[in-house]
Design a protein around this ligand. Structure first.
Ligand code: ZN
Length: 146
């Protein structure tokens, strides 16, 4: 039951306390597989900057399934800067956790948060998908504040 879970405070606004809910190691939604450790795009802020979060893999599995409803408990990335050489956002993992229904993430495709080859770089780098294909049609008007 939701009320007995570690993440109950995050899930309660979505499900209510008396729902039996299942914890999943991974889940496939419309052919897209999700599992803890993947980064997803939550949304864009008013300046067009993306807000990323990683599906929590700390303390076990944090994907919850209630019939056809899938919830992710995520830990949000803090975006520090945009790296033009890498064409990627430089992020550090924050502590803020939240719960999202799978239909309320901005992009169904997960992202990779990767380290670069620069020694001493503490960031993980996240590349937006439209930067991978250099397709100007999908470029968002992103302005970066450092
Ligand atoms: Zn780096």
């Amino acid at each position: 039951m939701v009320s007995e879970l570690q993440d109950s405070s995050l899930l309660l606004p979505f499900t209510g306390p008396h729902v039996d809910i299942f914890v999943a190691n991974s889940v496939s939604v419309s052919g897209q597989e999700y599992y803890p450790g993947l980064t997803v795009l939550l949304d864009f802020n008013y300046e067009g900057e993306p807000a990323f979060a990683v599906i929590s893999c700390i303390c076990g599995d944090r994907i919850y399934v209630d019939k056809d409803d899938v919830y992710f408990v995520v830990t949000e990335w803090l975006t520090c800067e945009f790296s033009f050489p890498l064409q990627a956002y430089s992020c550090v993992l924050g502590t803020q956790q939240s719960c999202r229904h799978v239909s309320h993430i901005a992009d169904y495709k997960p992202y990779a948060a990767v380290t670069c080859f620069c020694s001493g770089c503490a960031y993980k780098h996240i590349v937006l998908h439209h930067h991978l294909c250099y397709d100007p049609v999908y470029m968002l008007p992103v302005s970066i504040m450092i």
